[in-house]
Design a protein around this ligand. Sequence first.
Ligand code: HEC
Ligand code: HEC
Ligand code: HEC
Ligand code: HEC
Length: 426
Amino acid sequence: MNKNLLRWVVTAVILIAAVVLLGGVAGGRSLMYHLKNRGDLGPLTREDIEYLSVEAPEATSRDGTVNAADWASVYPYITLTMGDNAKNSYVTDYLEEDPYLVNIYEGYGFAKDYGSARGHEYTLQDVHDTQRPHPKANCLTCKTPNFAKLVNDQGVGVYSMPFEEVEALMEENISCYTCHANAAGDAGKLVVTHSYVNKALGDNVNAIDPATLSCGQCHIEYYFTREDSETMMPYHDVASMDPEAILAYYDSFDFYDWVQESTGTKLLKAQHPETETFLQGKHAALLNCADCHMPVEMADDGTVYHSHLLVSPLENETLLSNCATCHGDTDMVKLVRGIQERVTARETEVGNELSDFKDALAAAVADGTRTEAELEDLRKLHREAQWYFDYCYVENSEGAHNSDLAMRCLDTSEAKINEAMEMLSM
Ligand code: HEC
Ligand code: HEC
Ligand code: HEC
Ligand code: HEC
C-alpha cells in the first residue's frame, strides 16, 4: 500500500473513532447501550416485540389461576425476570430514619412497625410477618392473585373472613394472574382482576392506559368499606384523584382510620398513591408505568420482551435512554435526585412541625382550658395537616413522579399547622 494512502486511512479511522466516542459522551450514558444493542436505531420499543397468540397452559394451582411456573415454558424470559423481583430485598426502617413518625402515628399500627416496600416476591412473607394488626383477610388484597380470584369466585364476603383462614389458601406472591388473568397468551393482554377498580371507576377505567391501570390496582390510596370491609378507592374518576378531592370524599361520610387518644383527632392514614400522583403529573398523558419501570430487553436468542423485574429507571441504561428521547442530554439521575433531596428535606421539616403541633394539641386537651368547640376546630386542622403530610410522605417516588404535588401537599400541611399553632398561642 502506498505510504500516503496508509496515513490517510489511519487518520480517517482515528477521526471516525473520535467522532463516535465524543458523540457518545455528549449523548450521555446511552452510548454503551446503543453500541451493544442497536447502533443508531435507539432503544428497543413495544414495536420490536413479537406478540404471541397461544392457549393458556393448564392450571396447576388449586384455584384455577395459571401461575408463573405454568407459563414458564411459553414465556421463559418474562417468568425469569418476574422472579428476579426477589433481588429487590432491601428494607429501610422509616421509624428509625424519621423518629417523629412514632409520635404522629401514635395509637396506630404504623407507630410500631413501618418499613419501606420491597420486591413483589416478598408480599406474602411481609404481610405474614408485619407487627401491625391484620385481623381480616382484606390485608391480602394487594399481595396475591389467589385473593383476587377468591373474591371473583365468592364475592365480597371474603374480605371480612379471618386472616389466617384465607392466608392458608394463598399460593403465589403477585403473579401473572394479577395483571393478565389467564389471558397472557392473548398477546399479553392486560386484565383488571381486582374487582374494586371497576366498581370505583366504572366506565372511567377506559380513560387510563392499561399499563398504568395494571399497577393502579394496588399502587393507590384505598380504604376498607364499613359495610363489608371491602377494599375500595376513594374516587370515581381521574379528575378526583388528588389529595383535596380525596379528603373531601372521606369527610363526606366521616371516615377515619383511627381516633388518636392523646389528641382525640379522627385521623386518616394515606397509603401509597403512586398512580394518583403520577396521573396528576407532567408525564400523565405521555407515558405509562411500564415505560419507566419495565425495560424492553433482548435475550441471547433474539426474543424481545418487557422485563418484568420492576426497576428504578435511574438504575437501568435502557430506561434512561428512553428518557433521552424527550429530555435530550439532561443528566436524569442528577435531575431526579435533586428533586428527591428537596422533597425529603421539606418532609423532615414539616414532619417535625406536625409532631410539635400534635404535642401542643395533646397538652391543650389534657389541661382542659379550651372549649370543646375550640378543640374541634383544632382537631379539624390536625386531621387535614396530617393527611396532606402523609399523602406526600408515603408516595414511594419521593417527588420524582410529581414534584409540584409533593411540594403543594407539604405547603398545605404547614399552613394548617401554622394556623393551629396561632390559635393555640392565643
Ligand atoms: C404487576 C403486573 C404484571 C404481572 C405480575 C405480570 N405482567 Fe406481564 N405485563 C405487564 C404489563 C404492564 C405489560 C405491558 C407492558 C406494555 O406493553 O406497556 C406486560 C406484558 C406482558 C406480555 C406481552 C409481551 C411483552 O413482553 O410485553 C406478556 C406475554 C406477559 N406480560 C406475560 C406475563 C406472564 C407470563 C406473567 C407471569 C410470569 C406476567 N406477565 C406477569 C404486567 C404484568
Ligand atoms: C397486586 C398488587 C400490586 C400490583 C398490581 C402491583 N404492585 Fe408493586 N407492589 C405491591 C406491594 C404490596 C409491594 C410491596 C411488597 C413488599 O414490600 O413486600 C410492591 C412493591 C413494588 C416495588 C418495589 C418498591 C420498593 O420500594 O422497592 C415497585 C418498584 C413496584 N411495586 C412497582 C410496580 C409496578 C410498576 C406495577 C405495575 C406494572 C406494580 N408494582 C403492580 C403491590 C402491587
Ligand atoms: C417518567 C418515568 C416514570 C413513570 C411513568 C412512572 N415512574 Fe415510578 N418512578 C420513577 C422514578 C424516577 C422513581 C424514583 C426512582 C429512584 O428513586 O431510584 C420512581 C419510583 C417509583 C417507586 C418507588 C420504588 C423505586 O424504585 O424507587 C414505585 C413503587 C413506582 N415508581 C411506581 C410507579 C407506578 C405504579 C407508576 C404508574 C402509575 C409509575 N411509577 C410511573 C419514574 C417513573
Ligand atoms: C415522552 C416524552 C418524555 C419522556 C420519554 C420522559 N419525559 Fe420526563 N418530562 C417530559 C415533559 C414534557 C416534562 C415536563 C417538562 C416541564 O414542564 O418543564 C417532563 C418532566 C420530568 C420531570 C419533572 C417532573 C416534576 O414533576 O417535577 C422529571 C423528574 C422527569 N421528567 C423525569 C423523567 C425520567 C426519569 C424519564 C425516563 C425514565 C422521563 N422523564 C422520560 C417528557 C418526557
